[in-house]
Design a protein around this ligand. Structure first.
Ligand code: GRF
Length: 196
């Protein structure tokens, strides 16, 4: 099985996936970021498919064209399972058509609570005692696909978004690799059957 990881940021979740020796053969980023350096250090092919070449981050962004390019890169590399680890672009249909129920995401809240980019800040602002993280299948609608694993993280008095997000990420670095292993173990026999 060949795993492709999509990143945009500091790549600490990616590092945890590499530490667990998941079969990662490609790391693709939508912008220059530390995640690409982490991939290179681990001997995994880093691919920068820069959004700037597809209209950047404003209203001129060619989401469909960009998604097609991501899909082509994943297919070219023979990727079986796509894993998003802090990826900052919502991808259009093409990738979901090529990888139905084969794209995973980790989100720093207990979905369906607090979907979107500001999950940690919104949980704090809502005054909840408990938030957490969710591993789920990514579908066309952001942060709405079927949940595979969740774990609660208590909000502590005095928490700010930074301290709370870091405690959530500690849990993500543990449950995301475990969950990916489980999904890979379920996919493997199906793959062999299809090939045979
Ligand atoms: C994680 O909290 C993930 O849930 C969110 O982005 C964060 C990525 O963290 N989508 P890092 O860049 O791997 O440290």
């Amino acid at each position: 099985m060949r795993v492709g990881v999509l990143v945009s940021g500091t790549g600490t979740i990616l590092q945890a996936l590499l530490d667990e020796k998941l079969p990662i053969v490609l790391v693709l980023a939508d912008r220059p970021c530390r995640g690409l350096e982490i991939a290179a250090e681990a001997g995994v092919t880093p691919v920068l498919l820069d959004r700037q070449d597809f209209g950047g981050f404003g209203s001129g962004f060619d989401r469909v064209g960009y998604s097609r390019a991501v899909t082509a890169a994943l297919l070219d590399a023979g990727i079986d399972l796509v894993v998003m680890a802090g990826f900052g672009t919502v991808l259009a249909e093409s990738v979901h058509e090529a990888y139905p129920m084969r794209i995973l995401n980790t989100h720093p809240a207990l979905l369906p609570a607090f979907p979107g980019w500001h999950a940690v800040e919104e949980a704090l602002a809502a005054g909840v005692d408990v938030t957490g993280c969710t591993v789920h299948y990514a579908t066309l609608e952001m942060d709405a696909g079927p949940v595979i694993a969740q774990e609660a993280v208590p909000v502590r008095p005095g928490d700010d978004a930074g301290s709370l997000h870091e405690r959530i990420k500690e849990v993500e670095r543990r449950i995301y690799p475990e969950t990916i292993q489980r999904v890979l173990a379920e996919l493997e026999p199906r793959q062999e059957k299809e090939a045979g």
